[in-house]
Design a protein around this ligand. Structure first.
Ligand code: SF4
Ligand code: SF4
Length: 287
């Protein structure tokens, strides 16, 4: 029988194996030990986000199962498995020292670490399907897509971070990253299953509860080389422009690396980097 414990053990075991969790072009694990959370497919927050993000674009768990697998599924029998893959201590230490572009390890974790993340989702779907449990990983589906919203800018028809939020794994920070018990420097994934699992209790009641901006924290604002984070939040257009105009050329000149490259400096050297922040004013100048 599928249980929260058996799923968590399976994911944890896979990610403890170097062959499934490495940076490929560099020596080292891609991610530290994962966090796993669960939510019900009929959790009202999925419907809330569908309405909030775009009711004609974002899909509910039930809609994903039906669109990919065919047939119909009772929402009360659907569960969502969500995970957080934290960046390694080594990658975070190196990134903390950077001011305009993260290290090559960060780039490799975005490219090859993400391959491990996607392979995890694929293997989990295969593992569940072999047990006769209908399952879908939206991130792997040909039906996964990006769109534009007048209100939110770039949006997708399934959001790993919103799923993690609904699945009890953490809340959002000022820079839009998800702050979990392992911090904000992480990547995320999920699989939707037609099987009853117990929802993880959300230890928070608001979408940004773990973020210390309300207490005066400005660490990610000061960390951003593009001025893309303000007290009002994350300016996606400025962030994208910095990736396009600066990160690519820095990676080429500094690392001789011309592959897909990303920033993410706002995820390290900040109080929420590796855990839920317990922020005090004197920490403002610490990093
Ligand atoms: S660095 Fe501070 S303001 Fe920014 S997301 Fe983290 S806790 Fe919130
Ligand atoms: S990813 Fe980089 S450019 Fe974008 S908000 Fe974070 S620090 Fe700024």
């Amino acid at each position: 029988m599928l249980t929260n414990e058996s799923v968590t053990a399976w994911i944890t075991d896979r990610m403890s194996r170097y062959e499934y969790n490495n940076l490929k072009e560099l020596e080292g694990f891609a991610f530290d030990a994962p966090l796993v959370g669960f939510s019900r497919g009929d959790d009202p927050l999925y419907a809330f986000y569908k309405e909030h993000i775009d009711p004609h674009f974002y899909r509910l768990p039930q809609e994903w199962l039906e669109a990919v697998l065919g047939g119909s599924y009772d929402p009360s029998g659907i569960s969502v498995i969500s995970w957080v893959l934290p960046q390694t201590v080594d990658t975070k230490e190196k990134s903390r020292k950077c001011v305009d572009c993260p290290p090559l390890e960060w780039q490799m974790s975005r490219v090859h670490g993400e391959e491990c993340n996607r392979a995890l989702a694929e293997a989990l779907v295969a593992h569940l399907t072999a047990q006769g449990i209908p399952s879908v990983a939206p991130m792997l589906s040909e039906q996964f897509s990006w769109g534009e919203s007048e209100v939110h800018g770039k949006i997708s028809n399934w959001s790993e971070r919103h799923t993690a939020y609904i699945s009890g794994l953490g809340t959002f920070g000022l820079c839009d990253g998800l702050i979990s018990e392992k911090g904000k420097a992480a990547r995320y994934g999920s699989v939707i299953v037609y099987a009853p699992l117990t929802a993880t209790v959300r230890k928070y009641s608001t979408y940004n509860e773990y973020c210390m901006a309300k207490n005066g924290c400005t660490a990610c604002i000061r960390r951003c080389p593009a001025g893309a984070i303000t007290k009002d939040g994350h300016d996606k257009a400025k962030c994208v422009a910095y990736h396009r105009d600066a990160i690519k050329s820095i990676c080429h000149e500094r690392y001789g690396y011309d592959g897909y490259s990303v920033c993410g400096l706002c995820q390290t050297g900040v109080p929420c980097e590796s855990g839920i922040p317990t922020w005090e004013p004197r920490e403002q100048t610490a990093e």
